[in-house]
Design a protein around this ligand. Structure first.
Ligand code: CA
Length: 229
């Protein structure tokens, strides 16, 4: 589903330009030219992000943001008219997540929107007990794993192993660490069981995909890492 963005901007031409660009990017866009009206819209409708100009008729952007924060934590990007540092500080203090200074390149605005939406999505998932690395998601409440939005079926042991790796992402884990954490200190079976399970796990979460997440550290053990981050 496309994200809904509210543009609050009283310069009609600029608002129209932003609307066209965001619409072209696939966002669902609504425009308001007035601070007070924008605040009403934000009370009545669901949006995923607000682009909020500071200089607005009836109620300025700072005040809109301050009042908005009393009932919503929706992502806000403030649009400041000039390179005015106190204004930016005030915007951030009022609870804006980011700001951009006019005149701006539309590409920069789009990049900031994407970054902020990604950050909020990540925060939301973390709240829901979802572990993330690259395009891999583990829902530890529902025991579900997805890579690139495709569901991956894992056995209980494979799941536990993956969770352990991802909870320690970037940290090299020895076979002994893995063995004692997943199989228990009293495990008496084959010690190459870790390698066997890493192979099972790779065949499901790495082999079908271009980016490999599980790395072998020779002579030590394994690490899961997103090299593209
Ligand atoms: Ca304005």
């Amino acid at each position: 589903m496309s994200s809904r963005i509210l543009i609050v901007e009283d310069e009609v031409q600029l608002a129209r330009l932003m609307e066209l660009e965001l619409d072209h990017e696939g966002y669902a866009v609504k425009v308001s030219h007035n601070g007070r009206e924008a605040l009403e819209l934000l009370k009545e409708e669901e949006f995923d992000l607000v682009l909020l100009d500071i200089m607005l008729p009836e109620m300025d952007g700072i005040e809109v943001c301050g009042r908005l924060r009393k009932f919503s934590d929706i992502p806000v990007i403030m649009v400041t008219a000039k390179d005015a540092v106190p204004e930016k500080v005030e915007a951030l203090d009022t609870g804006a997540d980011d700001y951009i200074t006019k005149p701006f390149a539309i590409e920069e605005l789009l990049a900031r929107i994407r970054a902020l939406l990604r950050r909020k999505e990540r925060e939301k998932r973390e709240d829901n007990n979802v572990l993330l690395i690259a395009d891999l998601e583990i829902d530890t409440d529902k025991y579900k794993v997805k890579r690139a939005d495709q569901e991956v079926e894992l056995t209980k042991k494979e799941f536990d192993l993956l969770v352990y790796l991802v909870e320690n992402q970037g940290i090299v884990l020895s076979r002994e660490d893995i063995l004692s954490n997943i199989w228990g200190y009293d495990y008496l079976g084959e010690t190459n069981i870790v390698d066997v399970y890493i192979r099972y796990l790779r065949s499901k979460i790495d082999d079908p995909f271009e980016q490999k997440l599980i790395k072998t550290v020779r002579g030590v053990g394994y690490v899961i890492r997103d090299d593209q981050e």
